[in-house]
Design a protein around this ligand. Sequence first.
Ligand code: ATP
Length: 371
Amino acid sequence: MKLKDADNLYYIGGIVRDEILGKPSFDIDLTYVGNAIEFAQNIDDVKILKINEPFGTVRIKAENKEIDIASTRAEIYEQAGHLPTVTQIGCSLKEDVLRRDFTINAMAKSVKDNKIIDYTGGLEDIKNKKIRILHDNSFIDDPTRILRALKFAVRFDFSLDEHSKELRDKYLENVNYDMSFKRVKKELIETFNLNSQAAYDEFISSKIYKLITPSEITKSQLNIEQLINKYIHLINPDNIWLVYVGTIRDLDNLKPTLTKEEQKIISDAYTATEKNLNNDYEIYKTFENMKAETILLYAVIKNQKVAEHYLSDLKDIKIQITGKDLMEMNIPPSTKYQECFDYILKTKLYNPNLTIIQEKSLAKEFFSTNC
Ligand code: ATP
């Protein structure tokens, strides 16, 4: 049998939604009503690449594409906020769909005849630009859905339906912090790497940040999106989210999920806020080895002017003179070298056009008065 002729095989979730919205989809999710592994083993011209027996999923190579096929499955949340337990592999399509997050993500399309199966009203919600959960316990079972709702709302310019919103707000008044913060982090990355001020404003004003911290947070006065866009060429696109999420001072819950580099990007910004930066030299020395993300976070939480002054005017100023030059000037190497470089840098920050010749005469001047 050929893949495209298979009964009981459906495109599912995001790919169906994106097609209806006329948007490109990044991954192809297929689900088989029954056991996908056994099904894949009986398809012609297919190479099985990977099998995950407990979840009933299989990765195949067909027509030169890698495709994941899941078995329909039913799940229950034994522990709210954590991964669900699979209760049945090979359940009905309806049961599979009902474990999903929102109606817009719960549609299936038959591979064989392109028929759309919409048990939960996803088509209507797409028409009305609404994000709607499938049952009242949805956010309690899996609070990461609160962030997923924000992400999809911003991506598609949709809004959360009123009842879902009420349930979300009720949950946010009493968050159960015994949850998988690894999954929260994944959604934070996907939401805030969209670089959207609207997402941030909603995150703060609707108190979605309560998922991370019980503290109260007020909105930053700055337009973070604009700021990032101005310096986007300096920032690693994978780190944009840190400028947004870093504005939350209490990240204790999230901390165990952050890499050393991510922690440093944030903590360097807070350390810098404790310094008095009174002149260009102090600003330069504070920021010279910091990532652009850290400096932008500093701009948001402390002083935009200072951060932008560094990024726009000071960052690229470098002295040219080296230790080799000083040795050639018969100055014996010592800790005075660094003092001399700092002395030249102080001058250069006010006169960036200083030539190497002028730097050398400043070095001479320095050593004649400091030795
Ligand atoms: P994207 O375009 O962002 O990849 P997607 O809808 O494909 O969107 P995925 O995170 O890849 O998102 O999830 C695939 C599908 O799995 C979703 O469409 C949804 O049906 C289901 N799903 C994902 N996360 C959850 C969740 N937390 N709770 C319930 N169902 C979920």
